[in-house]
Design a protein around this ligand. Structure first.
Ligand code: C2E
Ligand code: CA
Ligand code: CA
Length: 737
């Protein structure tokens, strides 16, 4: 339109010039001139008011005319017509402009071109669109150009932005789509087209939004996503899409409702993100945290969960749930000697064996390191659970093949049963109980099973506290030694005393040895304590000997723990202590329990032999409790046997106990061993022991263990006569204490 006007205007100018040369008809010319003048002013007025830049330039680009609007667009008020500077074309676009223009000039056709100029005033770069038409002379040669210029900066950049956004949309891996209010697709980006299996625009337009959802998500799309988007403008959520191959993918989706100015909904857009990879990753993470990578067994969390469920079910069905915590004994040794790779292999082999023991409803888990846990949801009682543990242990008795070596591994089991404590246990407390029992099994020598009994937990706490206090007991001088005499059953005289340690705890008072001696053994503290007792007892023995002018030395018996017996420095220690106090070796006796001797029978024999060479006397303590046979006694280089209190206890009532005491005494006599009866509390026992051929007796009947001062007085009175009489000879029975 503008172009047409301008072309007409330019044509008049050209015509006027032509007519100016012709003078053939002045009259007509005058009329025509007037008409033209009127027309020109009208056209000029038009040209100056149109909202486009109008120009008329010669073939060199010199201006013949520019309207004010063009001046405004170019920011070039100074240029006068005829100035060839023309508009300053933005340099990068110059070549394009010249090429197009030259082509048009040659073809004598219109030019339509968009390019950039640099404004004269502020130097800003603007986009302009120019439409121009060549004016031809009679020969058909181009004489000049007329045209119009519009500033299209706004539109051009908007379109460029749009194109850029379009490119981004196409490139994004998210699925972007537009859907009309009837649910038909109007746009799908490349990712969406690929997912929905469409390529052409027609195929996109044929898609219905509802069809891309998995059947399970359709109700959600219609009932929730659309209404929410309609109401608040946007909906976000997770749904499943249905793919052309029938598979479903989890996605997160944003649906936006776009409105027209009048408020009605124009269309919907959606951005959809594939969650399948993320889901797989999450699942992998969960898997990794719940399952042990090495053995593939579930971990603690899975087991606790299953245990809780089993315990609930067990309550209803009145059976019990058993938890067996299985610790591999000395597994660290396998790692240390064969390397970690072999350790790992071992764990897998153990897993296989344990699996073979587990029933179909049992759950085997790994609790890290060398501890496994077997959950047995239905046991009938303790015996049942113990039988399972036994079965596991026998399964382990076959060696494992490790790098061509045969390796044995035993298992210690801690067992806890639900509902056995009377209290309502939780999965966690049951596991803690099983753990306490496992510790006890390990303490008691491993390769065995222990059932949790209710007070283990309290005991465990108590033990820990005691162990802590025991550390400082020696340096704080909290130990004392008391003595209990041993009396000759024939003469009634004291032949020796047994040294027994006492712990005076600053807060708890007297702590019985039965409580702290085993702890001291486990912690290794027994070495120091034992050394101190030996030294104290020998010092005391020296003192008593010095006080006794008849030369009859008092024998002192000191208890030796298994740990001490295994100590290679023991013999030197005993020898130097004897020397230090000037006590004859024959005045010292050492008591070693039968179970300590059994622990390391070979080592014990060697240690005992060396001690005996020193001249020290040796006794087997607590005889009869350690499953040792009488014939075993023959091999031991000992001098005395202390018959355990439990046999003495039953002497008066139980014929079997009499038989055992008789057998021990008879055997001892044959081996030339002294027999000492422990825990004699009454005269009946004393009489029975004498009859059975026992040599010495010790017990409350004479006196409880006493401090040295008391024993000194006792020894004093012993010199003036026997401590007791049997009352057989009409003398009333007596006792001291
Ligand atoms: P044990 O060597 O068998 O000591 C005898 C225990 O029986 C002592 O308990 C003693 O007090 C107690 N007893 C003595 N006569 C009677 C009686 O007529 N009736 C009853 N019911 N008991 C009687 P104690 O002193 O509590 O010692 C317990 C255990 O602690 C000892 O048993 C011993 O194995 C250990 N022990 C004590 N002192 C030491 C020590 O210095 N070193 C080591 N390694 N162990 C010690
Ligand atoms: Ca003893
Ligand atoms: Ca004993």
């Amino acid at each position: 339109m503008i172009t047409i006007t301008v072309v007409a205007f330019a044509a008049v100018i050209v015509l006027a010039a032509v007519l100016g040369v012709s003078r053939r008809d002045r009259r007509r010319l005058a009329a025509t001139t007037a008409m033209l003048a009127e027309s020109e002013s009208r056209l000029r007025m038009m040209a100056e008011t149109v909202p486009a830049g109008i120009f008329h330039v010669d073939t060199e680009g010199r201006r013949l005319y520019v309207n004010p609007k063009l001046t405004e667009i170019t920011g070039d008020p100074t240029v006068a017509p005829g100035d060839a500077r023309a508009w300053l074309v933005y340099e990068p676009d110059m070549a394009l402009l010249q090429r197009e223009w030259r082509a048009a000039a040659e073809a004598k056709t219109d030019v339509h071109i968009t390019f950039r100029i640099r404004r004269m005033d502020d130097g800003s770069v603007r986009w302009v669109h120019v439409d121009a038409r060549p004016l031809l002379d009679a020969d058909g040669e181009v004489t000049s150009w007329v045209g119009s210029t519009v500033d299209v900066t706004e539109e051009t950049t908007a379109i460029a932005d749009l194109r850029r956004f379009g490119e981004i949309l196409e490139a994004t891996p998210d699925l972007v789509a537009m859907v009309d209010t009837k649910g038909a697709f109007t746009y799908a980006n490349a990712a969406a087209r690929a997912r929905f299996g469409v390529t052409t625009d027609e195929e996109v337009l044929a898609l219905q939004a509802i069809d891309v959802y998995a059947p399970s998500s359709r109700a959600r799309f219609i009932g929730e996503a659309l209404p929410t988007a309609n109401k608040v403008g946007v909906w976000t959520g997770e749904v499943d899409l249905l793919l052309p191959d029938g598979s479903e993918v989890p996605v997160s989706q944003v649906v936006v409702a776009h409105r027209r100015p009048d408020g009605s909904i124009d269309y919907y857009s959606s951005i959809t993100r594939d969650l399948s990879e993320q889901r797989a990753f999450e699942e992998q993470l969960v898997q990794a945290s719940l399952y042990d990578a090495l053995t593939g067994l579930p971990g603690r969390a899975v087991l606790v969960d299953a245990l809780g469920t089993s315990m609930e079910a067990a309550l209803e069905q009145s059976h019990q749930v058993a938890v067996l915590l299985l610790g591999l004994d000395h597994f660290k040794l396998v790692n240390d000697s064969f390397g970690h790779a072999s350790g790992d292999l071992m764990l897998r082999l153990v897993t296989d064996r344990l699996k073979s023991v587990a029933g179909p409803t049992d759950l085997l888990a790994r609790f890290g390191g060398d501890v496994f846990c077997l959950l047995v949801p239905g046991v009938t009682g303790e015996a049942d659970a113990l039988a399972i543990a036994d079965h596991i242990n026998s399964t382990m008795s076959t060696p494992f093949q490790l790098d061509g070596d045969e390796v044995f591994v035993s298992v210690s089991a801690g067992i806890a049963l639900s509902g056995s404590g009377g209290t309502l246990a939780t999965a966690e407390t049951l596991l803690r109980d099983a753990d306490a029992a496992l510790h006890r099994a390990k303490d008691r020598g491993r390769a065995r099973s222990e059932l949790f009994v209710e007070d283990y937990r309290a005991t465990a706490v108590h033990r820990l506290r005691t162990a802590n206090d025991l550390h400082r007991a020696l340096t704080e001088h909290e130990f004392r030694v008391v003595y209990q005499p041993e009396v000759d059953l024939r003469t009634g005289h004291v032949t020796g005393v047994e040294a027994l340690v006492r712990w005076h705890h600053p807060e708890r008072g007297l702590v019985p040895p039965a409580e702290f001696i085993p702890l001291a053994e486990q912690t290794g503290l027994i070495a120091g304590i034992g050394e101190w007792v030996l030294d104290t007892a020998l010092a005391q023995a020296a003192a008593w000997s010095a006080a006794r002018h008849d030369g009859a030395a008092v024998a002192v018996w000191v208890n030796l723990s298994a740990r001490q017996l295994g100590d290679p420095g023991l013999v030197d220690l005993v020898a130097s202590s004897l020397r230090r106090h000037g006590v004859e070796a024959s005045q010292l006796g050492l008591e070693i329990t039968e179970s300590a001797l059994l622990e390391d029978a070979e080592g014990a024999v060697t240690a005992l032999s060396s001690l005996r060479e020193l001249g020290v006397r040796l006794a087997v303590d607590d005889f009869g409790t350690g499953y040792s046979s009488l014939s075993y006694l023959k091999r031991l280089p000992v001098d005395a046997v202390k018959i355990d209190r439990s046999f003495v206890d039953g002497l008066a009532v139980d014929g079997d106990d009499s038989a055992i005491v008789a057998a021990v005494a008879g055997m001892a006599r044959a081996l030339r061993l002294t027999t000492i009866a422990e825990g004699v509390e009454n005269l009946d026992q004393l009489r029975a022991l004498r009859r059975l051929g026992c040599d010495l007796a010790q017990g409350y009947f004479f006196t409880t263990p006493q401090p040295p001062s008391h024993i000194s007085r006792l020894l004093e009175s012993d010199r003036s006569g026997p401590l007791f009489s049997y009352g057989d000879e009409g003398v009333p029975p007596q006792r001291v204490g």
